[in-house]
Design a protein around this ligand. Structure first.
Ligand code: RIB
Ligand code: CA
Length: 314
């Protein structure tokens, strides 16, 4: 069976980096290109982190740099340096050294419109693990593009508690207008991986030890990133959610999610206390048609098996 082809749009922080390493290592995955967007850290650092992570494993995947500010707003709702002030978790550089390659000259949005405008891309899913700015700009620039993206799997939102506010998860909060544009664009298959799913299958110190025993550069890099997350993003004693790799895992392990709903989804773009909130309408009598599958729980066993398969191969 040929590997699953996809484009990854990301804001490379540590969990995006683990997703990239898994995508570059897993025998069932073929990352065709990576587009970068400002999010966890500034765009230049996102792009440098992406190139450095690819360099760690010698992966020849073209990188296209994209939006460094939100779709409509001049900045995040709270500027990044204020949001990350005193944060030991969010590092501008991930520690994999300076990049040994450079991003392509073409802007990420131009790449996305060109790539999905080509019929040969009809089998390539789009995976988004950062704010949806690039995707929203491409959908706006190219009417009809939504019909040409066969499948969008994205990390974002929260049905229960958010992580930036009680209501909002970071990717949707950072650019709520972009998230609303993307979710209502009419892409035929949208799978949302919210915090509910990612927090239901956290990784642990034991996973670090397994990755370290594998001993490959990818596995050692993942162990380092996971240790950092365990130290600074602890969800429960001794475990930490690792959000973004779930999206690439789902491409080859459709059994990853143990609970999901079909819903009419939208994103709050005005609320003073709820800006960026994902609204998941499952009321049987709702007037809006379903426009997304929302994963609510994941299998830790399947997630671990995916990661170990990826990094044992890497
Ligand atoms: O809220 C978690 C999400 O925001 C993850 O994708 C993380 O990398 C950040 O982009
Ligand atoms: Ca991310």
């Amino acid at each position: 069976m040929s590997p699953t082809r996809f484009v990854l749009d990301c804001d490379t922080g540590s969990d995006d980096a683990i997703a990239i390493l898994a995508a570059a290592s897993h025998p069932g995955l073929e990352p065709v290109a990576i587009t970068t967007v400002g999010g966890n850290v500034a765009l230049a650092d996102v792009t440098a982190n992406t190139l450095s992570v690819l360099g760690l494993v010698g992966a020849d995947v073209p990188v296209y740099s994209g939006a460094d500010r939100p779709y409509l707003r001049p900045d995040l709702p709270i500027p990044r340096d204020v949001l990350n002030k005193d944060s030991a978790f969010q590092l501008s550089r991930l520690g994999f050294g300076e990049p040994v390659s450079t991003a392509r000259a073409e802007h990420a949005v131009d790449f996305l419109t060109r790539f999905y405008g080509d019929a040969a891309s009809a089998d390539a899913a789009l995976v988004a693990t950062g704010p949806l700015t690039n995707v929203a700009l491409a959908l706006t620039a190219e009417p009809g593009l939504a019909e040409r993206i066969p499948r969008l799997v994205l990390m974002g939102g929260a049905h229960a508690n958010g992580n930036v506010t009680a209501a909002a998860e970071f990717n949707f909060w950072a650019d709520p207008e972009a998230a609303q544009v993307v979710l209502t664009a009419g892409i035929r298959e949208v799978v949302i991986v919210p915090l509910d799913a990612t927090h239901s299958a956290p990784l642990s110190e034991r996973d670090c030890e397994v990755f370290e025993r594998i001993g490959t550069p990818a596995a050692a890099g993942v162990a380092m990133l996971l240790r950092h997350r365990l130290e600074h993003d602890r969800a429960a004693a001794g475990s930490a959610p690792v959000h973004d790799p779930m999206c690439v895992a789902y491409l080859v392990r459709p059994d990853l999610f143990t609970e999901q709903v079909e819903a009419s989804v939208s994103v709050e773009t005005i609320g003073e206390r709820t800006l960026g909130e994902l609204l998941v309408d499952t009321r049987p009598w709702r007037s809006e048609p379903s426009n997304a599958t929302v994963a609510l729980r994941a299998s830790t066993a399947v997630y671990r098996d995916f990661l170990r398969t990826a990094f044992a191969a890497g």
